[in-house]
Design a protein around this ligand. Structure first.
Ligand code: ADP
Length: 257
């Protein structure tokens, strides 16, 4: 599925937060949203989801404006995965994933056997089928984040939006979540995530959008950021970016002076 933002501007009161932002992302693509605190990443994600209405511009999915879709239609196309949090209620992981089926159900309809199968399949797809009966409060942060991604898969939306999907996760769980997203990208999902990690944004074949001063100050490929100039400007630090041969395809690392 293709998501397109056309000339999005947004203000809180008189304060302009986003100014004429345009981009699009297609099936099988991954886009990283970088920007300093307060640069408008969360605001942009909320606009893409239709939670906030832009003052100007529009968001469309496969050519149809999201404002012309009912909430349920939107949810069947685009899923949101919030930052990892410690859950308040000790739901079973399978039940948490089943909640992703609600856009497919009518108002008082309860999930049926088919929904349960889809939820179980989503857990299995992410390699955590064995966690279905565990309550989410007993899972590790990384496992919980995979459950949230499984919930989005059960929703059967083709576009996944993630707000700092690895914040508060330890390093190995960060890798696990990013590798999971890459695999989903390769399966044809459209993935867009915000991050504070330049290295996550510099993963191979990832498009990068840098928000700064309300503008998309950069929109391009990781390769175009390799000279370090743009990221050094963004973080007000001299940064060196280099590719390290890891024996596979290699990884790009970002090192401060
Ligand atoms: P980021 O996710 O990049 O940190 P945000 O989108 O959360 O940035 O915020 C962008 C700016 O909008 C910040 O200056 C923030 O203080 C402001 N802001 C966010 N939410 C509100 C709100 N509900 N009312 C007024 N200002 C807000």
């Amino acid at each position: 599925m293709r998501i397109e933002a056309a000339s999005i501007s947004f203000s809180y009161g008189k304060r302009r937060i986003l100014d004429d932002i345009s981009f699009s992302a297609d099936s099988g693509s991954m886009t990283a949203l970088l920007g300093r605190n307060g640069s408008g990443k969360t605001t942009l994600l909320r606009i893409l989801l239709g939670f906030l209405q832009p003052g100007k511009g529009q968001v469309s999915i496969d050519g149809t404006s999201i404002l012309r879709m009912k909430e349920r239609e939107r949810a069947q196309r685009i899923a949101y995965i919030p930052q990892a949090t410690v859950p308040v209620y000790p739901y079973r992981a399978l039940d948490a994933v089943l909640m992703g089926r609600s856009p497919a159900l009518s108002l008082f309809e309860r999930p049926g056997a088919d929904d349960e199968r889809k939820a179980a399949r989503a857990l299995e797809r992410l390699g955590i089928g064995h966690l279905g009966n565990r309550t989410v409060d007993t899972l590790s942060g990384g496992e919980r984040q995979l459950v949230m991604i499984a919930r989005a898969l059960a929703q059967e939306a083709g576009i996944l939006l993630l707000d700092e999907p690895t914040s508060s996760l330890d390093y190995s769980n960060q890798l696990l979540v990013m590798e999971t997203l890459t695999a989903l990208r390769d399966d044809g999902y459209t993935i867009l995530f915000s991050t504070h990690s330049p290295e996550q944004a510099l993963m191979d074949s990832t498009a990068v959008i840098i928000l700064s001063g309300g503008k998309a100050a950069f929109h391009g490929s990781a390769e175009e950021l390799m000279d370090g100039r743009i990221l050094s400007d963004l973080y007000s630090r001299q940064l060196f970016i280099t590719r390290v041969d890891t024996g596979k395809s290699g990884r790009i690392v970002c090192i401060p002076e």
